[in-house]
Write a protein that binds this ligand. Sequence first.
Ligand SMILES: Cc1cc2nc3c(=O)[nH]c(=O)nc-3n(C[C@H](O)[C@H](O)[C@H](O)COP(=O)(O)O)c2cc1C
Length: 349
Amino acid sequence: MCIVLNVHTMLFLVILSSLSCTACGAALQDDMSELWNFTESCLLTLWQSRIYLYTAAAVVFGVWFTINLLFVKKWTLSPVSLKARKPVKKQEVSGDVEKVIHVSCVKVFYGSQTGTGKGFSNEIAECVRAQGIQCEAIDMKEYDPEDRLVEECTSKTVCVFVVATYTDGQPTESAEWFCKWLEEASTDFRYGKTYLKGMRYAVFGLGNSVYVSHYNTVSKNIDKWLWMLSASRIMTRGEGDDNVTKSRHGSVQADFQAWKTTFLSRLQALARGEKKACSGNCKKDSCKNKKKHKEEAGSSTNSEEELMESSSESESSSEEELSHGSVIDMEDLGNAMNHMKKAKVKTKA
Ligand SMILES: Cc1cc2nc3c(=O)[nH]c(=O)nc-3n(C[C@H](O)[C@H](O)[C@H](O)COP(=O)(O)O)c2cc1C
């Protein structure tokens, strides 16, 4: 009896489980078909709107590519290449600093009759332009010093005078007015002694030492008058001698070439912003470059090596003492007086 009951129970359970399985399977099938339908409709929608998708993808790619091109390159640079870029920046910055102009223009004034001086002036102008500095050769008769010379003091110009001397030490006709005005201005109190302060100049004279008493008089005078008006020589006055037996370099052309070489190197130094090199005898503590100058003085004994010369080759040493800066310093005067007093006391004792 008990066994029969158990068999019935088991049978019931088997039927129940099979029934439930069938029900579950039917439900699963329904779910699957629903999922399939959903996926199918999604894919269909995607397929139908594929044009929009392609367009969107193309736009996104385009934007990404542009951003990459413009900015990402910077970020992906290696540290080495970044280091390499730094000096360029520095150069750019220092380039800006170096842009300070020390010589804006060179004006070569010539007083020539038979053309030698004019030829020299054009040669200077060409060489200066080759250095990248603006330059013009000007016939003195075309230039009125009364109206214009004072402008050269403030315009960072360097003025060069190439002048010939003629009979009795007179200038050429073309330079006559320039010389006359300059001579008068140099002694005229209305102009004052500092009328041409700030003007930088160099002089090259043409002459013939056969005319002993008037040799190169015009260049000497122009140099002197400019100096009297407080203009600054950038180098020693040069002399070209037609007399080949006495000419320093063998001919007026050779004299000129030697002077021109020095002039061009002076000009380069000025253009770099180099100032006058002091002789090492500068006032106590007033010159920051004293040590440097002493070293330089040891290596350079040639008077032509100084940037701001005070006179011609032959006269430089004597006029050096009379330079514009030779005002007696009160401190030095005081020291000298003290020394004298001490010396007196010693001799009395
Ligand atoms: C007639 C005459 C007179 C001269 N007088 C002098 C003179 O007094 N002093 C001098 O140093 N040179 C004198 N010279 C030399 C010239 O200055 C020299 O030849 C010069 O190179 C000429 O330059 P230019 O060709 O530019 O005019 C004289 C030359 C001539 C032809």
